[in-house]
Design a protein around this ligand. Structure first.
Ligand code: ASN
Length: 302
């Protein structure tokens, strides 16, 4: 199986002055994940690496750069899932951690549980030797300014991949919604809403209005449509359209099928996304925008 990775950097409105940062952040993440797959690495490692790269990038609403809750603090949600055995791990409302996706992976691999929240997630991090960082380190000037004006930012991040053994995986990470209530948990920590991976079908990761996505269980819904015979593009559009007409919610999805077909679709005005397949990088932000270059060219310009 030829490896494929697809990443997103969030659906919503991306301002002009943020477009270049979003484009280069998603392409960097896709290239990092792909290089793991190319070296024979597995899909789980690739999606974790891609998401970690975007958590560390202050352009995105995940890790450093996360939006702030009603108290002006960062509380983050993340999930990772292995399509081989349907194992998954998640954290919700976790604070003072640089990379929630790594903590989610530890929940999957080191506990009997699937989701740890808030204080318990931090206690677990400590037990695993994951360093706590001051909450301030996750806050950017921009996130504080947008919070004070109660302005929404897109930027949840996610990745899906298939490796050369045909295993699929997904990972999603977010700071959630600006001015959310303390303790609010969104779709990104919830299996089937923020992401889902099953080798029998494929893997998906989502972004958008979390409460709407939880109502329709968006990530699993679109895989269901693929099980019924739809292509990734048709399944993504059908699921997004259902969410829009049924509950009035907007968002975006990325998906890879177990045969290596992929899609990046959104019902919002924009979503930053990138993919690498057959040593070719593609990326875009607006509907219909697709830039293409070889991986070699892209790595030279980085
Ligand atoms: N920007 C986002 O995708 C937000 C995320 N889905 C949430 O509701 O927490």
């Amino acid at each position: 199986m030829k490896p494929v990775i697809v990443v997103h950097g969030g659906a919503g409105r991306i301002f002009k002055d943020r477009e270049e940062g979003a484009r280069s952040g998603v392409t960097r993440a896709a290239l990092k994940g792909y290089s793991i797959l190319k070296q024979g690495g597995n899909a789980l490692d690739a999606v974790e690496e891609a998401v970690t790269s975007m958590e560390d990038d202050p352009h995105f609403n995940a890790g450093c750069g996360s939006v702030l809750n009603e108290k002006g603090e960062v509380e983050m949600d993340a999930i990772i899932m292995d399509g081989k055995n349907l194992a998954s791990g998640a954290v919700s409302a976790v604070k003072c951690i640089a990379n929630p996706i790594k903590l989610a992976r530890l929940v999957m691999e080191k506990t009997e549980h699937m989701l740890l929240t808030d204080h318990g997630a931090n206690l677990f991090a400590k037990a695993m030797g994951v360093p706590e960082i001051p909450g301030e380190k996750l806050i950017t000037e921009r996130s504080r300014e947008r919070w004070s004006k109660n302005l929404e930012d897109p930027g949840t991040v996610g990745a899906v991949a298939i490796d050369n053994e045909g295993n699929v995986a997904c990972a999603t990470s977010t700071g959630g919604l600006t001015n959310k209530l303390v303790g609010r948990v969104g779709d990104s920590a919830c299996i089937g809403s923020g992401g889902y991976a099953d080798n029998h079908v494929g893997a998906s990761s989502t972004t958008g209005h979390g409460e709407s996505m939880m109502k329709v269980v968006l990530a699993r819904l679109l895989l269901y449509h693929m099980e019924q015979g739809m292509s990734p593009v048709e399944a993504a559009d059908t699921a997004l359209n259902y969410m829009k007409t049924r509950v009035g919610g907007l968002g975006g999805v990325i998906v890879v099928s177990n045969s290596g077909d992929w899609a990046a679709r959104f019902s919002t005005k924009q979503m930053s996304w990138a993919t690498v397949k057959d040593d070719q990088l593609q990326y875009g932000i607006y509907t219909g925008e697709i830039h293409t270059s070889s991986v070699a060219e892209a790595l030279e310009s980085k």
